[in-house]
Design a binder for this molecule. Structure first.
Ligand SMILES: NCc1cccc(NC(=O)c2cccc3[nH]c(C(N)=O)cc23)c1
Length: 232
């Protein structure tokens, strides 16, 4: 998160850190007591190491009550996700057990109503991604408020020149922006998850390259189908 601030501890109890070898890799959101929503691109950095999910954390390093590292039972990247582009860049992570909810660990509701978030809506994104373009990583969860920009504007030549499909949305990126390591985290508008941070352009904080987020509503049926078919 560039130009954001430290969140009040545990005020976003749905936020999780996807980790490999004890290192933060990507953000994610707990959307049910055994399920995390993140980005498929995050798996590109995993290789054959073990992915784990840190829940209930504010600091990545300090011991905290209700903070724990949970194993993964199964991974469900969207079948049409690919390394070439950011289409269908969603990942469902089934945890190895149902996590007990408590003040630091809570599921976040996601939007099922497939209507664009109006341009100008103030949304927020949180994460443990880099806080400067020099690659500095935070220890504590950061967040930033970002305004949604219309798909029409985001598809102009100066921005993404028609690449933003109806399954993607954009936010402003002038100085404040999501960045490397924030991928997979939720874009929360009025308390509901409307999007998931996509890596999109690797540039951060440049107003010409708005933040790109995978919209969640078009995938609500896919999410439910995975839940219905999965072994408990
Ligand atoms: N909203 C923009 C946004 C959102 C989420 C992720 C990213 N970017 C990256 O994942 C990324 C990947 C590799 C090298 C990188 N270098 C840098 C950098 N700015 O130095 C970013 C990256 C950008």
């Amino acid at each position: 998160i560039l130009r954001g601030q430290e969140t009040p501890p545990h005020q976003r109890p749905y936020m999780v850190s996807l980790q490999v070898g004890g290192k933060h890799l990507c953000g994610g959101a707990l959307i049910a007591d055994q399920w995390v929503l993140s980005a498929a691109h995050c798996l590109e950095e995993v290789g054959n190491e073990t992915l784990q999910v840190l829940v209930g954390a504010h600091s990545l390093s300090e011991a905290e009550p209700n903070k724990r590292l949970v194993g993964v039972r199964a991974l469900f990247p969207h079948p049409n996700s690919s390394v070439e582009n950011n289409h269908d860049d969603l990942l469902l992570v089934q945890l190895e057990e149902r996590v007990a909810t408590n003040p630091h660990v809570q599921a976040l509701a996601f939007q099922r109503n497939d209507r664009d978030v109006p341009a100008g809506t103030q949304c927020e994104v949180a994460g443990w991604g880099i806080i400067s373009n020099t690659g500095k990583l935070p220890d504590k969860l950061q967040y930033v408020e970002l305004a949604v920009i219309s798909r029409t504007i985001c598809n102009t030549r100066i921005h993404y020149d028609g690449a933003i499909t109806e399954k993607l949305m954009c936010t402003e990126s002038k100085k404040k922006d999501s960045c490397k390591g924030d991928s997979g985290g939720p874009l929360v508008c009025n308390g509901v998850a409307e999007g998931v941070v996509a890596t999109g352009s690797r540039v951060c904080g440049n107003w010409k390259k708005p933040g790109i987020y995978t919209r969640i509503p078009p995938y609500a049926a896919w999410i439910t189908s995975i839940w219905d078919a999965a072994r408990p």
